[in-house]
Design a protein around this ligand. Sequence first.
Ligand code: CAA
Ligand code: FAD
Length: 384
Amino acid sequence: MTFKLTEEQLMIRQAAHDFANTECLPGVIERDEKQKFPYEQVIKLAELGFMGMMVSPDYGGSGLDTVSYVIAMEEISKVDASTSVCMSVNNSLVCYGIEAFGTEEQKKKYLTPLAQGRKGGELYIGAFLLSEPEAGSDATSQRTTAVAKDDHYVINGVKNWITNGNSASVYLVFAQTDLTKGSRGIDVFIVEKNWPGVTVGPKENKLGIRGSDTHSISFTDVKVPKENRVGKHGFGFKFAMMTLSGGRIGIASQALGLASGALERSIAYSKERKAFGTEIKNHQVIQFKIADMATRVEAARLLCFRAAWQKDKGEDYTESAAMAKVFASETAMWVTTEAIQIHGGYGYVKEYHVERMMRDAKITQIYEGTSEVQRIVISRGILK
Ligand code: CAA
Ligand code: FAD
């Protein structure tokens, strides 16, 4: 066992750190306030090769390992979690799903531009459409249908809370093909946003990750060629679960970045701010807060690395990804709240960033499976 990062991983960390501080930090407060999608940032991430980090170079990706992905996600999330969620969905849900289970034609046509994040110079990213207004945690109870007819399927239904909903060009859409079969009656399809019958709803006005564009998407008699079904008939739910395990490593790393970013800001502030004639870092209560925050951040990082390492080794990482996500997201919420406390009144206003980080941290306990769902996954794995 080694706890040492490789030269390549150290370079990725430096590149992601520099990118976050030069490209994401300026304007991050304004994008949060105005709910502005980080278009320029995502295009530049694509140029860096960060939108298809783990995809094979044969399909336009960077061919990196999952540990490098965790490292990059942490660095970007320290500064801008709205940009990093866009990166996470494209990398670990959309690109991974098509690369692992798609046909050669699907990989050439869709995966290659998705991994490059661009097509013809324009942004080209994906979204993952599982949740519905009446089906979130209970994902098999979804009601969107796909009916086979001649050489195509006809999709009808509504998907909710879709990250990259308006900015994506390609959707992975889950739909029931046989309502009598439960989880085995679900399929997944590649649907292009501009196909007739696809309608993007208004942008959600959110507590956090306000730069990320979250929309409902409705489908009215959308014709999807049969060759756009991914995997075997009835494989859609397993596709969702297997893909989400990797996605949970991405969101765990996002939570890790929010926590470690808030910790770094707290350490710096505690060395500057004076109270009772000395820097607040000299008060033992502040020292102990920093000690506890640093310990939890380190534990979250190790869980993220372990899940990523298992994925890279081809081992089962379902439970370790769920552990990383539940622990890192709860750490993010706790550490960002403590960070505001350390900043006192200044922590409560936007210029000091930590209030946004606390608002952003909350979503990591909800999406890609709530903390309760992660505990279901972990306990089922342990008790089976
Ligand atoms: N790998 C492979 N197969 C799996 C699996 C896994 N990790 N987990 C479940 N399955 C299989 C089961 O083996 C079972 O297959 P069989 O019928 O062949 O036995 C089938 O899937 C059904 O499994 P369960 O009976 O366990 O299903 P369930 O209805 O009890 O649900 C659950 C389990 C873990 C709660 C699941 O529904 C779940 O993860 N819900 C949360 C949904 C979620 O995470 N949504 C995220 C949306 S995307 C998103 O949020 C993106 C974003 O924000 C940025
Ligand atoms: P519910 O499932 O209704 O849960 C409500 C509460 O009940 C939660 O606390 C939950 O943990 C608890 N609960 C439910 N079942 C159980 C149980 N069996 N045991 C114990 N507790 C339980 N979805 C996508 O498909 N794609 C996306 O890109 C996407 N992006 C998102 C972005 C944002 C900003 C948000 C808010 C959501 C996004 N989602 C996305 C949806 C997200 O995955 C769901 O919100 C989440 O899975 C929870 O579903 P729900 O909101 O329906 O809550």
